[in-house]
Ligand binder design. Structure first.
Ligand code: ZN
Length: 135
C-alpha cells in the first residue's frame, strides 16, 4: 500500500548551481548529498515537512539523468511514492499491464529500496516506489 509522496526527483545540470534556488529562494535546507554510483548520479535531498525534494545531477555522460537532460532539459524527473511493500506494488502494476523498469527493488540513495515503472505506462511521469531508509 502507498503511504505518501516520499519525494519529487528533479533533474539539474549542477546541484552546486541549483541549490541556491532551494536554499535561498524557497528556504529549504539540504539534509544530505550522496552519490549513487550504480545510477551514475549525485543526489541532494532538501527537507520539506514529511517529504523531500531530490535534486539529481549526472556524474557521467551515459547516466540516465544525462539522457533525460539532453532530451527534455532540467525539470521534474520522477515522483516517488513510499510503499510498505514494493514487491506487492510491482506485482500489482505488472498485473495491470504496466511496463516495469525494475522487476525487483534495487538499492537507492539513503539506504532505500527503490523500483521504477516505465513512464510510458504511467502517463508520462516516471514513477518510483521506495521503502526503507530514513522516512
Ligand atoms: Zn527518487
Amino acid at each position: 500500500m502507498l503511504k505518501k509522496i516520499d519525494h519529487l526527483g528533479i533533474a539539474v545540470h549542477s546541484i552546486a548551481e541549483a541549490r541556491n534556488f532551494y536554499e535561498s529562494v524557497l528556504g529549504l535546507s539540504c539534509e544530505k548529498e550522496e552519490e549513487v554510483v550504480s545510477q551514475k548520479v549525485r543526489t541532494a535531498f532538501f527537507v520539506l515537512g514529511e517529504t523531500h525534494i531530490e535534486l539529481l545531477e549526472p556524474t557521467s555522460d551515459d547516466s540516465p539523468i544525462a539522457k533525460f537532460l539532453a532530451s527534455r532539459g532540467e525539470g521534474l524527473h520522477h515522483v516517488a511514492y513510499r510503499s510498505d511493500n514494493i514487491d506487492e506494488q510491482l506485482q500489482q502494476a505488472k498485473k495491470e499491464g504496466c511496463k516495469l523498469i525494475h522487476e525487483a527493488p534495487i538499492s537507492g540513495a539513503g539506504g532505500k529500496q527503490v523500483a521504477f515503472l516505465h513512464p510510458k505506462s504511467s502517463h508520462g511521469v516516471l514513477t518510483e516506489f521506495c521503502s526503507g531508509g530514513k522516512q
